[in-house]
Design a protein around this ligand. Sequence first.
Ligand code: PMP
Length: 419
Amino acid sequence: MTELSPHLRQATPVVAVRGEGVYLYGEDGRRFLDFTAGIGVTSTGHCHPRVVQAAQEQVATLIHGQYTTVLHQPLRRLVAKLGEVLPAELDSLFFTNSGSEAVEAAMRLARQATGRPNILVCHGGFHGRTVAAASMTTSGTRFRSGFSPLMSGVVVTPFPTAFRYGWDEETATRFALRELDYVLQTISAPNDTAAVIVEPVLGEGGYVPATEGFLRGLRERADRHGFLLILDEVQTGVGRTGRFWGHEHFDVVPDILVTAKGLASGFPLSGIAAPERLMRLAWPGSQGGTYGANAVACAAAVATLDVVRDEGLVANAEVMGKRLRAGLEAVAAGNPRIGDVRGLGLMQACEFVTEEGEPDPEAAARVQRAAVDEGLLLLLCGAWNHIVRMIPALVVDEEAIDEGLRAWTAAVAAGAPTP
Ligand code: PMP
């Protein structure tokens, strides 16, 4: 009898048969409040009627119009629509299927455009599971060990992870930029450095927002030394943080922006955006792929962008994110097991620590399991899987946030009670 790989274990015991908005329904009909959103993918909620309609119409019209063979209308529409939300400079697009693939496309472009070999990555970053993306990933050895040799030319530089260092954000930012200068002086000379890649908010690495000073510092060094700034907005894009792009919090524009996840409400679609004069420097033949910009995925993405605009979902993410954050802080205030609450918009997390202040993955796992019993689906993240994250769909309303907070309060009481 065939089985799933034993390594494909689910974070919850739920067998999902149906999804609607912020809810998933199990085989036994039980309803779960889904604060995982397919790892931040179902931006408009499960099966938003307008996304469903767009996909259904597209399935009946043209499923696959391979995009280096023929152009198709959903792709044309998507390119135009993205122009409404991207920084004006980033006017050239290349579409792929997954976040990892788009990250690799950004890396290839950076190397080809600059003629330089090295990619600087920020410690704690997650960029994907394919070999090059895994080589750039430093959020946990589980993503990068056992299949070496990894891609060469990756150099790690600190991220201002204030809570882990035990510093305030300003001190952590100063440290991270000083170390970056040291890295450029001692390991990867500017002339060997093609790009620095960073997430506006570390995702798998523990939901740590970057600081404005850090991202501006990266931008300044990239400009000074002639390397590129790549922002991996795979998880932070499409409204997730309460701005359309995560980088809008920091007033920093990248040379290459990587997008995926929330873009098509669950259909596999990713891509990179860059200025046309930069995109032109990619070598002929380096961009393409069988499934990139699949017609159904593009139609779903167009509908997603329409829904995000028409329903004011970016503003909703900001308001609901604040409500969620306030509730999480109230629970944490009475409980020393929750060492930190942080995030931006609808990307919030609680870090569990032992009495000694060390990462406490057991407590996080107990709370996550207890939450399922309370009808709330959550995921873990962080190097030790000791951080519980909440990433509800952007359509979440006050009632659902409050329902989630009630379940969270009960789950924390059961899994990591105040001593
Ligand atoms: N970059 C970031 C910031 C991500 O969060 C992820 C996925 N969690 C990826 C890249 C990789 O995306 P995918 O799993 O679609 O390859």
